[in-house]
Design a protein around this ligand. Structure first.
Ligand SMILES: Cc1cc2nc3c(=O)[nH]c(=O)nc-3n(C[C@H](O)[C@H](O)[C@H](O)COP(=O)(O)OP(=O)(O)OC[C@H]3O[C@@H](n4cnc5c(N)ncnc54)[C@H](O)[C@@H]3O)c2cc1C
Length: 319
């Protein structure tokens, strides 16, 4: 299974999601390579080697500086044709989703979308995809090669292997139609601390906070713990917190070591996005809230009283 993993990068680092997909692919054995595309990105190849890539193809060209999908479709389509990759894997992002679908169209290949896992079974690749509002996980396959797959954010953790990758530069030849789009402006989210995809600790808030200002105390607790703040769809829809922080079926899938759910009922659509967390702590004033059925530690109480006390205790403990 010669496999190629698209290595997305941001601010001088390969994103955690891509490294997670790389680790999973490497764990299945076989020949796993990564592809880096961009301008001045060759230095990132070492990071891919340290996380399981045996070879890294580097397409380094000023024309690839903007994170636009079509030029990358040209690069990946040529690589697949030249090197004979039968599997191409992507971690979910706006760029990766556009690139994967563009590549599927270009190569007339099958793309399985929204996968959370995959395995080799009887010599065949089998993908796992949540269905029916994430209440079941179905097996999905491919009827032709190359097989393309896009994985949900947070499906796999990166695993440092300490390896080194051979680096091979690839020529960049772009179609005229691929350079027709131009990036006019890029805006970056202003935030301090880790993103919810990367954080080891997430403090999440729901309607039980009572008002948008309730997120202030969650931000303080998250800061004390070195974590990030997440939200339910109910509060995102109400405009209390940005969509980027939404966890769940129509938001992000996260798997921190610790998830503290504050004033969250635990609806199935929220649960599917955070059930992979290491330890789940829930604070809810309703002892019958569904979240108490699947949390590891449940506290029946009022978030507005408990969260500031918890923050004080964490700060005191950390000195
Ligand atoms: C197709 C579809 C997709 C969806 N996708 C998502 C998704 O991606 N993510 C998501 O989160 N939801 C999603 N939902 C919505 C989901 O069904 C729930 O409505 C939502 O998760 C509920 O959010 P909540 O827990 O903040 O609010 P509620 O369900 O209203 O729960 C609030 C909780 O706070 C508790 N509470 C109230 N006051 C306090 C207090 N002072 N102290 C402590 N506890 C208190 C209450 O007891 C209650 O349990 C989706 C729904 C549909 C139909």
């Amino acid at each position: 299974m010669p496999t190629l993993v698209f290595l997305e990068h941001h601010e001088g680092e390969i994103v955690r999601n891509s490294l997670g997909v790389l680790a999973k692919a490497a764990s299945l054995g076989g020949d796993v390579a990564g592809v880096l595309t961009g301008s001045g990105v060759a230095g990132l190849a070492a990071q891919a080697g340290e996380h399981g890539a045996s070879r890294v193809y580097v397409a380094d060209d000023p024309a690839l500086e903007a994170p636009l999908p079509q030029p990358r479709v040209d690069v990946l389509a040529a690589l697949v044709a030249d090197k004979g990759f039968d599997t191409v894997l992507f971690g979910q992002s706006v760029l990766a989703a556009d690139l994967a679908s563009g590549l599927a169209a270009r190569l007339d290949a099958g793309l399985n979308w929204d996968l959370t896992d995959f395995e080799q079974r009887d010599g065949k690749l089998v993908g796992k995809r949540p269905a029916l509002a994430d209440s079941v996980v179905v097996d999905v396959g491919w009827t032709s090669e190359p097989r393309l797959a896009l994985f949900r954010t947070g499906s796999f953790d990166p695993v440092p292997t300490g390896g080194t990758a051979e680096v091979e530069e690839v020529p960049v030849q772009l179609e005229d139609f691929s350079i027709a789009a131009r990036m006019l402006e890029q805006a970056h989210e202003q935030r301090s601390g880790p993103s919810i995809e990367d954080a080891d600790v997430i403090v999440a808030g729901g309607r039980g906070l009572g008002k948008p200002e309730g997120f202030g105390m969650l931000e303080e607790l998250a800061e004390a713990l070195g974590g990030a703040v997440a939200a339910t769809r109910a509060v995102v829809d109400a405009g209390w917190y940005p969509y980027l922080a939404q966890v769940g079926q129509t938001g992000k899938t996260v798997s921190p070591k610790l998830y503290i759910a504050c004033g969250i009922s635990g609806a199935i659509q929220h649960k599917v996005g955070m059930q992979g967390s290491g330890t789940i702590v829930a604070i809810n004033k309703d002892p019958n809230a569904p979240i108490f059925e699947f949390c590891d530690l449940g506290i029946v109480g009022d978030v507005t009283e408990l969260v500031p006390k918890l923050t004080e205790l964490v700060r005191a403990r950390r000195g």
